[in-house]
Design a binder for this molecule. Structure first.
Ligand code: A3P
Length: 290
């Protein structure tokens, strides 16, 4: 089995064929972004599902119903995936979407809109670990091989959505001005309440103290694990085998320390630091986990 069995190549990026088609990508390219849309952007395994749990309640005044009744991929649908077409007409403004696309591949309507972007980054060493297990559970993803092999593929961008460094750098585009809010997974772990308040202020929204408490409780790792609308248990085991590892796996900072040898860590840091040279985001590598 090789990449072409699982992935289509879109502008140089591998995308899983089971979630993306020529048609869904055409739909994506001509998607009409509206000024009051909110788009959650992440490189895969950076905390997407977590923010999909939080965002709807911030936009609807704290009503938990969507998070308890609608699967995350239909609740805050990916712009580029096949499933968006089935829900887009049912979404009410302000709409919330997800995307794993780099900046320059966004639909042209995005660039002329005022839609706001929430961009989450995560220490790439934890991203690669999380991605490694994800590739083990997903039958629609290429077998990751050993952790070392998978890490090599991650560093060369031979994984879904390409290189982590390209993605992060693309979204650090000054043209975005105050349309974008940058948050990190590590900040969410440290102080989710503080992050939620920053998101509320960015979106110009407010929540009552009670509603805020409810959102914080609902998005706690242990509660999300119990929420069938967010733990991917609705996806049949033949597609996503969670019998050995759960999609909501560990939910911690620094699990990379249990997976990287010191040689692999040195190599990884050297490659990422070189590629992040001249940006102010290289610090993500070792922030808060050493
Ligand atoms: P781990 O595999 O390290 O546990 P994504 O949603 O972008 O695919 O990212 C998945 C990662 O986010 C997984 O990381 C998952 O456990 C973690 N995650 C999801 N919800 C979380 C929460 N409420 N608290 C902490 N981590 C969470």
């Amino acid at each position: 089995m090789e990449n072409s069995d699982f992935y289509l190549v879109y502008n140089g990026l591998f995308l899983p064929k089971s979630l993306h088609t020529e048609d869904s990508l055409k739909y994506f390219e001509s998607f009409q972004v509206q000024d009051d849309d909110v788009i959650l952007i992440t490189y895969p395994k950076s905390g997407t599902t977590w923010m999909q749990e939080i965002l709807p309640s911030l936009l609807n005044g704290g009503d938990p119903t969507p998070v308890l009744t609608i699967p995350n991929w239909l609740r805050v649908p990916w712009l580029e995936e096949v499933s968006i077409a089935e829900v887009v007409d049912r979404l009410t403004a302000p709409r919330a979407f997800t995307s794993h696309m780099p900046y320059h591949l966004m639909p042209s309507s995005f660039f002329s809109s005022k839609a706001k972007v929430i961009y989450i980054t995560r220490n790439p060493k934890d991203v690669v670990v999380s991605n490694y297990y994800f590739n083990q559970m997903g039958s629609f993803l290429l077998d990751p091989g050993t952790f070392e092999e998978f890490t090599d593929n991650f560093l060369t961008g031979n994984v879904i959505f390409g290189k982590w460094t390209d993605h992060v750098k693309s979204w650090k585009n000054p043209d975005l001005g105050d349309r974008i809010l940058y948050i990190t997974y590590e900040e969410m772990i440290q102080d989710v309440c503080g992050v939620i308040k920053r998101v509320l202020s960015f979106l110009g929204r407010q929540l009552s103290e009670d509603a805020l408490k409810r959102v914080i409780e609902q998005c706690a790792f242990k509660n999300m694990k119990q929420n069938n609308m967010s733990n991917y248990s609705l996806v049949p085991q033949e597609h996503l085998d969670q019998s050995k590892v759960s999609f909501l796996r560990k939910g911690v900072v620094g699990d990379w320390k249990n997976h990287f040898s010191s040689e692999l860590e040195a190599k990884f840091n050297a490659v990422i630091s070189e590629e992040m040279k001249g940006t102010d985001i290289g610090c993500l590598l070792d922030e808060e986990d050493n």
